[in-house]
Design a protein around this ligand. Structure first.
Ligand SMILES: C[S@@+](CC[C@H](N)C(=O)[O-])C[C@H]1O[C@@H](n2cnc3c(N)ncnc32)[C@H](O)[C@@H]1O
Length: 511
């Protein structure tokens, strides 16, 4: 079963990846307090397989402790990968050539942080049952992570918790000025809403979610845990009970049936039929239930893989082994960074939840917040036509317009055709503008759309060339790249990609 980052679960025998493979997509105290700076903090520059920086093997004491824990008590199996940094970004490098379909990492469920549907509160000394029942999945996982962090060396996951990044670099932790550098109202408003939501969740937890006498977490710790969860969790369909649980239930039913028969309490044939019915009901019930339910998992070591939309490898849950694993979807050569896919994600979502933008991301889009403003600035439109658009089924079609490299959505094209039409043409109603008009009308439409895109580009505050020059500028001191801080570099890299989407739209229109 495939899991998605943030997001995938079972696969049969590990040698045979196709049998029962479910993918999860997609989209951690005390004595384990860090003594060395966590690697990774210069993240943010998107990494592409074509121009990969060389791997620098990570050999600090925290990584060593984590890897010995992984090999030892955590029983994590891995082959051909080793923690490394790539231009300061931590990830996994191929330590030898890796063949397609080979198992790279397998993590037993007991060594992962897992949230299953209807799971009981696993940290009652940290959060109340009432809070647990009503909290969203990511807040529950954050509570589990904070709980492990509080337990320090007592936590079964201590060496993993100790090496988690102190700063995930995601924009939910940025201030207004840093957010403004994204030059992208759509993401700025999403992140502002996320900041409000997380603050509310924190306030609720502290005011009414903690058992009496429990020490409330610091806001910083809560936000850290939430951002770790959102940038490291895979999710996928819930497969019901584990094989072990089902075998236990079957054993119990068999013992009861046998007991009844031996004690002469019931007719053996009827007892057998009843036992089979109970078992079938249980399995069917769980299969039906699992279709609508989700599980969430953060798997140590699997959470070292960085994302590339150019690869297909995903995280899977192996039902029979009760483990999560990643299998290579293609060959990797020794020294190369081994990526997985967090699922098809635009740079909007990569930036919001993971803190980076992928260069030339094929899934990327540009969300134009107010397209109507540009259309009416390029070609004045009478109030009656604007009112007619507002009263139509396409009322909102020029607000938050999702533009792909391939161009505008059908709804946006239809609305603009309607706005540009003569009164006589418009009298036919907006539905008659769904299809392309005459060559002349379509040429007019293309001219207006190209101008709309140019105006959006011209309104962003800097040009693509200026941003690229900023990113490529000489190296500054103090961990600054190209004279930019890590946050600034992430914001500029992001807006470069947004501008590239708009440039591709112009190119596609021959403008
Ligand atoms: C699941 S973790 C991957 C391991 C992470 N780099 C670490 O050091 O723990 C996800 C985080 O890795 C980083 N990341 C993942 N893919 C990346 C990429 N292609 N370029 C830059 N950073 C990336 C982002 O900071 C993201 O929030």
């Amino acid at each position: 079963m495939h899991l998605q980052q943030l997001g995938h679960p079972p696969r049969a025998g590990l040698a045979n990846v196709s049998a029962d493979r479910r993918v999860l997509i997609a989209p951690r105290a005390g004595s384990v307090a860090p003594t060395e700076p966590a690697p990774q903090q210069q993240r943010q520059q998107p990494q592409q397989q074509s121009q990969q920086p060389p791997a620098v093997i990570l050999d600090d004491s925290r990584t060593q402790a984590f890897m010995s824990w992984a090999r030892g008590p955590a029983s994590i199996r891995f082959s051909g990968v080793r923690p490394s940094t790539f231009a300061g970004v931590r990830g996994l490098a191929a330590s030898s050539d890796i063949a397609t379909d080979s198992l790279m990492v397998e993590v037993p469920r007991r060594s992962a942080v897992v949230l299953a549907p209807k799971q009981r509160n696993p940290c009652p000394d940290m959060v109340t049952d009432d809070w647990w029942k009503s909290a969203p999945w990511f807040a529950k996982m954050a509570a589990m992570l904070m709980w492990h962090k509080r337990r320090g060396s007592q936590s079964s996951l201590a060496p993993w918790v100790a090496q988690l990044p102190a700063d995930t670099g995601v924009p939910v932790r940025w201030n207004e000025q840093q957010l403004a550098a994204l030059q992208y109202p759509h993401l700025i408003s999403q992140v502002t809403e996320q900041q409000r939501e997380w603050q509310q969740l924190y306030d609720d937890l502290v005011s009414k979610g903690m058992p009496s006498g429990a020490q409330p977490p610091a806001r910083e710790d809560f936000i850290w845990a939430m951002s770790c969860v959102r940038s490291r969790t895979f999710s996928g369909p819930y497969v019901g009970s584990t094989l072990q649980d089902r075998l236990r239930t079957a054993g119990l039913v068999a013992v009861l049936a046998l007991g009844n028969t031996v004690l002469g309490l019931a007719d053996p044939q009827k007892t057998l039929s009843a036992a089979i019915a109970v078992l079938l009901f249980n399995v069917l019930y769980e299969v039906i239930l699992s279709r609508s339910l989700k599980q969430y998992a953060i798997c140590p070591l699997i959470d070292f893989f960085n994302h590339s939309s150019a690869v297909q490898s995903e995280v899977s849950y192996n039902y029979f082994g009760d483990s999560y694993s990643v299998v290579a979807s293609r060959e990797f050569t020794k020294g190369e960074q081994v990526f997985i896919s967090y699922g098809p994600q635009s740079n909007d979502s990569l930036m919001q939840y993971y803190g980076f933008a992928e260069a030339n991301n094929p899934q990327d889009v540009y969300v134009m917040t107010d397209m109507l403003r540009w259309v009416t600035a390029v070609r004045p439109v009478g109030q009656a036509r604007l009112d007619a658009l507002k009263a139509s089924a396409l009322a909102g079609s020029l607000h938050q317009v999702v533009i792909q490299r391939a161009g505008f959505s059908a709804g946006a094209l239809q609305a603009v055709r309607f706005l540009l039409a003569s009164d006589m043409e418009a009298a036919a109603g907006i539905s008659s503008f769904a299809k392309a008009g005459s060559p002349n009308q379509e040429a007019q439409l293309a001219l207006v759309l190209a101008e709309v895109v140019r105006r959006e580009l011209g309104n962003l505050g800097s040009s693509l060339q200026e941003d690229v020059a900023l990113l490529n500028g000489g190296s500054g001191g103090g961990g600054r790249k190209g004279g930019l801080s890590t946050v600034e570099a992430a914001a500029v890299a992001f807006r470069v990609e947004k501008k590239r989407v708009l440039m591709a739209v112009l190119e596609g229109m021959g403008a």
